[in-house]
Write a protein that binds this ligand. Structure first.
Ligand SMILES: [Zn+2]
Ligand SMILES: [Zn+2]
Length: 176
C-alpha cells in the first residue's frame, strides 16, 4: 500500500513540475549572460530577488519578496525590490501578473515584444506560461485593426489547472 494513497500526489503544493534549484540556476545563468551582454550589473539584490521568485511555486508580491529577503536586523525595503523587479521584468526574466499584482519567473527565453499567455489556477494558485503563435498572430491582427499600440501583450486566463481538475476529491484532506 502506497502511503500517499491512491491518488499519486505527493503534497507538491504548486501541483506541477519545473520548479526548484535546477530551474533557478538556469534563470540565474540566463540573467548573468544577459547582464554581461548588455553591460549591465546583475546586483546581489537582483539575483536574490530572481532566486526567490524562481523558487516559489506561485506568484509572489513585492512585499512578500522583501519579507523573504529580510533578515533580523537587516530589512530589505519593498521599494528596492520593486527596482530589482523592474530590471527583471524589463529583461523578460520575470513577468508581472497584473490580476494578482505578483511576479512569476519566465518559463521561456522569448523576446521582449513577444506575447505570453498565463494560465492562472484559482485552486492551487499555480501559473503556467505558454506561448501561442496562433494567439500572437490574431492579437497582432486585432491590434492593427484597432490601431492600438500595445505597451505589453500579456493575456491572463483564470481557471482550474489540469492537476486540480484531475485531483477531484482525492487531493483534499483524506476522508475517514
Ligand atoms: Zn516569459
Ligand atoms: Zn491548480
Amino acid at each position: 500500500m502506497d502511503e500517499h494513497g491512491t491518488c499519486g500526489h505527493h503534497g507538491h503544493a504548486h501541483g506541477r513540475d519545473g520548479h526548484g534549484p535546477a530551474r533557478t540556476a538556469d534563470l540565474v545563468a540566463r540573467a548573468e549572460r544577459l547582464a554581461q551582454d548588455l553591460g549591465l550589473q546583475f546586483t546581489a539584490l537582483r539575483r536574490r530577488t530572481l532566486e526567490v521568485v524562481a523558487e516559489e511555486g506561485r506568484p509572489l508580491g513585492a512585499y512578500d519578496i522583501a519579507e523573504r529577503l529580510s533578515a533580523p536586523g537587516k530589512r530589505v525595503a519593498a521599494v528596492s525590490v520593486y527596482r530589482a523587479l523592474d530590471f527583471l521584468t524589463e529583461h523578460g526574466l520575470v513577468h508581472r501578473i497584473a490580476s494578482r499584482n505578483a511576479f512569476v519567473p519566465c518559463e521561456h527565453g522569448h523576446g521582449a515584444g513577444e506575447s505570453a499567455v498565463f494560465l492562472i489556477c484559482r485552486s492551487c494558485g499555480s501559473v503556467d506560461e505558454t506561448i501561442s503563435a496562433e494567439i500572437e498572430r490574431s492579437l497582432d491582427r486585432t491590434l492593427a485593426q484597432a490601431g492600438f499600440k500595445p505597451a505589453s501583450r500579456i493575456v491572463e486566463i483564470e481557471g482550474e489547472c489540469g492537476a486540480c481538475q484531475g485531483r477531484g476529491e482525492c487531493g483534499r484532506l483524506e476522508p475517514r
